[in-house]
Write a new protein. Structure first.
Length: 523
């Protein structure tokens, strides 16, 4: 069916024709843009869609999040907004009472909000002696009750692994685990049922659609996800485009189960590349830095992979012609990635063509940006950190480093292509809040954080449309509005380029269209 959109600003994100009077679609594709009356006369049978002053843009593309974690989050206790020990305990006890059997999982606890971290005995008491896991908002660490630690085999004699830490006080466990030990232990915890996860995926997909996002990432695909993904495809539930990045160890099994979905291309599910982790979280103080933390002299965080392992991952990506995404928050992690990439590209020139991505790049040094460009890499920034944890970054890293977190303006000047993400479920998949953060750069306490890193609204929009499509090698199909491209659209209550910058996050998503079909309408 042909549809004609008109009656509001249409931002094409095309450099030569940034705005259009009307847009005509034919099923899943854009047919034409131009004068409303001319298009109506040429195709009188097109179904009219009057925007009534609303703005039409290409749908948003998510360059990095964790779709399965967003889905499972709907099945867990939310600890967002907890600021006191009483509130922490009250929520856990109520959740336990409503679920009298099995493990208890909570998500989104942020100790930087001011709530003291409960001790091991407190965790056991509020869980009623049951296994309890409380995941931090950063996704890199969490708390485990005594029953959970025992079930997962963590004791006072368990050594700290390389790239991870077990919380101890006077030699006794505190229940806190971070980075590698946290991920390893959490992977052994029992999962949810197929029916529960299916409902979680349905709700996660609806959430992304409600935010105008039609392409989503599974930012760390592990073998345990394979059965659920097989069921997800078989169910016919998957309506968005999902781009999944396995860890290197999972590649053989993923290739066996999903052979036709490997590499770049179209289709609802694709596995375009691989994912590695080089450090941790800035607000969790595990990001790997070249200089000491201001909040902890003598400490610089730590890396999670040796150079040899990073080089092996790059060689694998080159041989398989797969893109490589590397989690790098600190400048020391970025340095390791760039050092290894330079060596690897000398051996495997194809890596440059595969558009390697530094995920987060929050504290990348301005001196490192020219090398990112020279090596053909991209940065995917997390500018929402400016609002959510900017005040914490000032404490941890001092003003000089904190003011350049997610340095989009510097990247723009250096000619480094970049995208924006929310790392959901770390924060909600809210592109408009992210755009506001990148344009205004203010912390929760009202401190302007690096005003020199502010960028224009249209550049911020490019980061979640044109540039994001390019990150996935899908720029010929998505990211802007032009004839032949996908009819993936978002309808906004106001034109982002026409409102005062401070009002950007107040703009509402009124509707989302994927492949020409409306998948969300705001009620």
């Amino acid at each position: 069916m042909k549809k004609l959109y008109f009656g509001g600003p249409i931002l094409t994100m095309e450099p030569d024709a940034p705005r259009a009077d009307a847009l005509l679609t034919d099923g899943p594709r854009i047919l034409a843009l131009g004068d409303r009356d001319a298009l109506r006369s040429a195709v009188p049978e097109a179904e009219p869609h009057d925007l009534d002053g609303a703005a039409l843009l290409p749908a948003f593309t998510d360059p990095h999040s964790h779709f399965s974690q967003v889905a499972s989050g709907f099945l867990q206790l939310s600890m967002e907004g907890v600021r006191t020990p009483d509130e922490f305990s009250r929520r856990v006890r109520a959740f336990a009472a409503a679920r009298p059997d099995g493990w208890l999982f909570a998500r989104g606890f942020d100790p930087t909000s001011g709530c003291p971290v409960p001790g091991l005995a407190e965790l056991g008491s509020m869980a009623g002696g049951r296994p309890l896991v409380v995941q931090y908002a950063s996704g890199h660490m969490g708390l485990f009750s005594p029953a959970a630690l025992a079930a997962l085999g963590v004791t006072e004699k368990t050594p700290d692994p390389a790239g991870g830490r077990i919380g101890r006080e006077n030699g006794h466990l505190t229940g806190y685990l971070e980075e590698k030990i946290y991920f390893d232990v959490l992977a052994r915890a029992p999962g949810f049922s197929l029916a529960e996860l299916t409902d979680g995926y349905r709700r996660a997909q609806a959430l992304y659609f409600s935010r105008g996002i039609t392409t989503v990432q599974e930012g760390m695909f592990v073998p345990e996800m394979l059965p659920m993904y097989q069921a997800l495809l078989a169910s016919g539930l998957l309506a968005l485009d999902l781009r999944a990045y396995p860890v290197p160890a999972a590649l053989p099994e993923v290739r066996r189960v999903f052979p036709v979905e490997m590499g770049h291309g179209s289709g609802r599910l694709r596995f375009p590349g691989l994912k590695i982790f080089l450090d941790g979280s800035p607000q969790g103080r595990t990001a790997w830095m070249r200089a000491d933390y201001d909040s902890q002299p003598g400490y610089r965080g730590y890396g999670t992979m040796e150079d040899a392992a990073v080089l092996d991952a790059m060689a694998l990506a080159a041989r398989e012609k797969l893109q490589l995404l590397a989690h790098c928050n600190g400048d020391a992690a970025a340095e390791q990635f760039l050092r290894c990439l330079a060596k690897s590209e000398a051996r495997f020139p194809v890596l440059r063509e595969l558009r390697p991505v530094l995920i987060h790049s929050q504290l990348i040094g301005l001196d490192q940006l020219p090398r990112v460009r020279e090596l053909g890499a991209m940065c995917s920034f997390f500018p929402a950190h400016v609002w959510h944890w900017g005040d914490e970054h000032l404490k941890n890293f001092g003003e000089t480093r904190a003011r350049h977190c997610s340095p989009a303006a510097s990247a723009l000047r250096a000619g480094v292509p970049f995208t924006f993400h929310q790392d959901s479920p770390v924060v909600q998949p809210d592109m408009l809040e992210t755009i506001w953060c990148a344009v205004c750069r203010v912390t929760k306490s009202g401190v302007p954080l690096g005003p020199e890193e502010r960028i224009p609204v249209l550049e911020a929009l490019r980061a979640v449309t044109v540039n994001a499509a390019r990150q996935y090698f899908e720029e010929a199909d998505k990211g802007s509005l032009s004839p032949g491209k996908r009819a993936d659209l978002v309808i906004l209550s106001q034109d982002p380029a026409a409102v005062p910058p401070e009002k950007l996050r107040d703009i509402l998503v009124l509707g989302t269209v994927r492949n020409g079909e409306t998948v969300y309408v705001r009620e």
